[in-house]
Write a protein that binds this ligand. Sequence first.
Ligand SMILES: C[S@@+](CC[C@H](N)C(=O)[O-])C[C@H]1O[C@@H](n2cnc3c(N)ncnc32)[C@H](O)[C@@H]1O
Length: 464
Amino acid sequence: MTKLKVFEAFAGIGAQHKALSNMNKPYEVIGLAEWFVPAILAYHAIHNDVPILNATESAMREYLESKPLSMDSKTPISKGYWNRIKGDELRTICSYVKFSEEMGNIFDITTLTERKVRGIDLLTYSFPCQDISQQGKGEGIKEGTRSGLLLEIERYIRSLPDDELPKYLLLENVKALVSENHIEDFKKWIAYLETRGYITDWKVLNSKDFGSPQSRERVFALSSREEFVDLPLKSKKPPKVLKDILDKEFSEKYRLKKLESYERTPWQENRGTNFIRRFSIEGYTNFMSETRVFDINHIGCTLTAQGSNDKLKLMNDDKIYYMNPREMYRYMGFTTEDFEKVQELNILTKSHFVYTAGNSISVEVLESIFDRLKYEKDIKETQEESNWPNMESSLIKNLKSLEEISYNFIHHLVLTDQFENMKAKRETLKRQNKPLDVSTSEARTLLWKVKNTISIELLRKGKE
Ligand SMILES: C[S@@+](CC[C@H](N)C(=O)[O-])C[C@H]1O[C@@H](n2cnc3c(N)ncnc32)[C@H](O)[C@@H]1O
């Protein structure tokens, strides 16, 4: 059966992939963009079986040095970084990064081009939230900011011809994206998508309404080119409480004995069906969120990658504990097995676990959203329309390599003055001493002309 072809931009540990694999639907991750090494390691430990390479240390270093990777998720690795890494750690990282590249990881999102990645059905993009979230500097979606990486998605979408646009786009980000400060930027983006034929439904969804024990409000925007697909507000999954995802035995390692002696406020609780019940520790710190301790018989607050909410405090039998990394992965909808596969690599630190979990998306919410996509039906209809499905798939395969060849060919033709209508552009670029960018719309149009001629020709031949 034909599969939904998914590209995970800002893939993290692949909550998208996890949700799809939990559902009984055919899909294939055809590529991803993630440059943060701990996330790449965790992603493939969870989703794949990665073979370990047999290569020399210098060859592995040379390979890693040539890739646009990051060790803090924000900036590229400094030159010479890999010289400090050796032995099993180097081998594991190199094997995982290499495997990732083979699976279609383009690493740095700024290298996403229509030449590299095509044929996406579902593009997910949960871009960094630092410049949007309250904790961030609030610079918003601007060139050069972390959240400005949304502009990379825009650049990619702009570069695609209509018939190559992904069927669905799914955005996820912090609720502040639709707050007064940022709503205009958000609306502009949705309006641009409309000009490309996308109808978008956006909502602030709370994970607790989807069977997660976490109160996590995030904005989701689902854009579809074929028909309006509305986002679900909740799912039928039975609600969970913190206790359901916590280890059965509480470890002394995570106990906060010192805090147990402080004065406490009375228990406070919100109203509603599944709600948070907590108290605050008094006189411990001025940071309000750091003083909160949660009742494990209720739900908990949002787990974040950094800041005080990356250390959730829990009350059990009058003792206070931190939520541990294994529990955090389960809190986001991953399994104990997923966590253990990552832990077995012996590379991620505790803060890497917290960071990757807090940055992720509640798997339960994604499952409900993906359940709305009508791709199976669409795919079947497309197949029925076609008289010769096998012919069609081999044609597409051939066209892919022809595209590659014709792209280079066009580039060559343009550079060697063979296209009259490219003259002005060519001359300006020559004057500026700049190479011709093969992804300019002119070159693309020419390529599409060639591609269409080839496909018409091939179809004609096929019919004969
Ligand atoms: C909010 S998280 C998304 C997490 C993801 N949805 C998941 O399921 O775990 C944003 C991700 O974007 C990645 N990122 C940041 N800058 C990037 C860049 N220039 N290229 C590729 N990925 C980048 C970060 O490392 C981080 O993992």
